[in-house]
Design a protein around this ligand. Structure first.
Ligand SMILES: Nc1ncnc2c1ncn2[C@@H]1O[C@H](COP(=O)(O)OP(=O)(O)O)[C@@H](O)[C@H]1O
Ligand SMILES: [Mg+2]
Length: 610
């Protein structure tokens, strides 16, 4: 029920449309009822049973008056122009009524479109916004494909659900109630039968729908897995082929695909059962009513005439349709509810990195950065132990150590990609958690081992993150400083060349120089270089190295590197092992300790380079 309300809540911004939708629906229902009721005078006329209404009825607000007036009009035509003209008159009126019914039906759909599409748009927007707000730690635990399913398929399911909700809440009940009212007007006793028999079939259908929601949940999850594998495979095709792992990947995919197939088939079979079952049950109901009604008419001792009985059955048959679609709608809602829950899980996921209510602004870095007694754990695993480092403005701090020692983690804490478990990071005397996050991140430029680029032009990739219009000249200057201008100029469309998904049309070194140009253009006070050169060959490393040298001018830099060349000039080198600082000093002072890890790292590197 709570989830059901959540769907309706999404419709709330579109309430004017919903109101009109309701109104038009009501009108179309009324006119379709009238169109059916018209059959009765038509029949009486054909069967020559028309009792003439010679006296004009006095006006009042009732169905009785409307009917009497209609009969009066027909009687007038029969008297003055004959029966054929009366027949023609009825046909014309029926056409007009149908025209109106369909016009209002169209208008009701017309007002429904902005609701259903609007809700989809809003959901996607909110989900996307939320994804960009969630902290990085969230994504270590979630599959990309699953998130994409939520953004696409689940949102679509909600759309179907919304239509269903609007229909069940408005259209179908209106139809059923007005039609039942009309039936009651014609024959109260027969309508009672309907009341007894219809709910019984409803109960049976409800039982089938019960498990549908869980099944739908499972199916969407499987679909998420499938998308995850597709995504991984597309981005890892090179490795998959290189390791001849096509078979393995196919098997993994096949397994998920098969599971999805099973659930989906199972679900569809159950679902498809609803329609034939509903139809059969309704026909049984119809037959029961026909039998009892027929007997009444045959006995001749009621006011129920053959024509009214046919009219009654006609209207009744029209109730069966909404009742049938009611069951469909019921299943759609079950599926939508499963999707709403999945969407809601993302929308309500806690954002672990929060800005304080009265966060301080910081526009300039003036003094120093300090990691003070920093401890940090990913989930339960502690990866940093009591880290204390001071980095004065304008200096270079180098972090070295074996892979997995915690170097990147120390760097990631600075822009608050993660928050420390205890201790704190202090910039210019204030804990970074007290700063405005946007301000804090504005101070920093980050170049990582894996260049992050977007499927866009060179220009837009360099100017990325700048809201205002950026001058071409500034971009070119940044590219020149990053040693990127030459290769960019040789691209087919220069700065307006699209670089493909994640920059696949460029070499590793070229990609890295683009990210450096981006950092230069941002002109940050604090620079974080996380193994920016380690994935490159020596030739491109030289170019990137020179670019980095330009970038580091007049900045405070944290550099993480394997290669000694980058860190020899550092003002302090911190050696990490298993999340702890085990040595620190300058290059020269560290080399003094012949037994030290730094010494070993240096030796290992020279060994490797030779
Ligand atoms: N998102 C994460 N979730 C859980 N553990 C992580 C995550 N990122 C890194 N780790 C773990 O934290 C430790 C330190 O990682 P990292 O700082 O990346 O090391 P380095 O950069 O020195 O190679 C490693 O043992 C790694 O397995
Ligand atoms: Mg690292």
């Amino acid at each position: 029920m709570k989830t059901y309300l959540k769907i309706l809540q999404r419709v709330l911004p579109y309430r004017q449309y919903a109101l009109f939708h309701l109104l038009f629906n009501l009108l179309s229902v009324v006119f379709s009822l009238v169109s059916l009721a018209m059959v009765m005078p038509f029949l009486t006329l054909l069967f020559d049973k028309q009792k003439l209404v010679l006296q004009e009825p006095t006006f009042q607000w009732s169905a009785e008056y409307a009917i009497q007036t209609f009969y009066y009009q027909i009687s007038q035509i029969i008297i003055t122009q004959g029966k054929e003209k009366a027949l023609l008159f009825i046909c014309v009126v029926v056409s007009v009524v149908f025209l109106l019914k369909n016009l209002f039906l169209y208008l009701s759909k017309y007002t429904l479109s902005p609701i259903r599409n609007g809700v989809v748009r809003d959901l996607r927007r909110d989900l996307f916004q939320k994804i960009t707000q969630l902290s990085l730690s969230y994504f270590s635990n979630e599959k990309k494909g699953d998130l994409m399913t939520r953004l696409t398929i689940d949102v679509q399911e909600v759309e179907t659900g919304i239509i269903s909700v609007l229909e069940t809440t408005f259209r179908e009940p209106i139809t059923i109630i007005t039609f039942l009212g009309a039936m009651f007007f014609i024959s109260p006793s027969l309508t009672l039968f309907v009341f007894i028999v219809l709910p019984m079939s409803g109960f049976i259908i409800g039982r089938i729908g019960k498990t549908l929601k869980q099944k739908s949940h499972a199916a969407q999850q499987k679909l998420g897995n499938i998308l995850s594998i597709i995504e991984e495979t597309l981005s890892g095709l090179r490795v998959i082929k290189g390791f001849n792992a096509e078979g393995i990947q196919n098997a993994r995919f096949g397994q998920e695909n098969e599971a999805h197939y099973q659930i989906q088939t199972n679900m569809l079979r159950r679902r498809e059962l609803s329609s034939p079952l509903a139809e059969f049950l309704s026909i049984v109901v119809v037959c029961i009513v026909l039998y009892f009604g027929g007997r009444l008419v045959l006995s001749g001792n009621t006011s129920l005439t053959a024509e009214s009985f046919i009219g009654f059955m006609l209207i009744f048959s029209q109730i069966l349709n909404p009742a049938k679609s009611f069951t469909n709608v019921f299943y759609n809602i079950q599926k939508a509810l499963a999707s709403v829950e999945r969407i809601d899980q993302v929308l309500t996921a806690p954002i672990s990195i929060q800005q304080q209510a009265n966060a301080q602004h910081i526009s300039q870095f003036t003094n120093q950065i300090e990691w003070r007694q920093v401890n940090f754990a990913y989930q339960d695993r502690q990866v940093l132990h009591d880290i204390n480092i001071r980095l004065p403005k304008g200096k270079i701090l180098a972090l070295v150590g074996h892979s997995g020692a915690g170097k990147s983690t120390i760097a990631d804490l600075l822009p608050r990609f993660y928050d420390v478990t205890s201790g704190g990071i202090i910039i210019d005397g204030t804990d970074i958690r007290q700063y405005n996050i946007t301000d804090l991140r504005n101070l920093m430029g980050i170049v990582t081992q894996e260049p992050i680029l977007f499927n866009d032009t060179v220009f837009n990739n360099i100017a990325f993150g700048k809201n205002e219009q950026v001058d071409m000249e500034l971009v070119i200057n940044a590219a020149k400083a990053a040693n990127a201008h030459n290769f960019i100029s040789q691209l087919p469309e220069g700065y307006h060349t699209n670089i493909g998904d994640r920059g696949t049309k460029l070499s590793g070194g070229e990609r890295q120089r683009l990210t450096i140009a981006r950092a230069i253009l941002k002109n940050p006070a604090i620079l974080i270089l996380d193994e920016a050169t380690s994935s490159l060959d020596t030739q491109s490393e030289k170019l990137v190295q020179a670019a980095l040298h330009n970038l580091m001018q007049n900045r405070t830099t944290i550099v993480i590197a394997h290669r000694l060349s980058t860190i020899q000039n550092a003002d302090e080198i911190v050696v990490l092992e298993k999340g702890q600082i085990i040595e620190r000093g300058t290059h020269d002072s560290l080399l003094q300790n012949k037994q030290g890890i730094y010494q070993q790292l240096v030796a290992a590197q020279f060994g490797r380079q030779e």
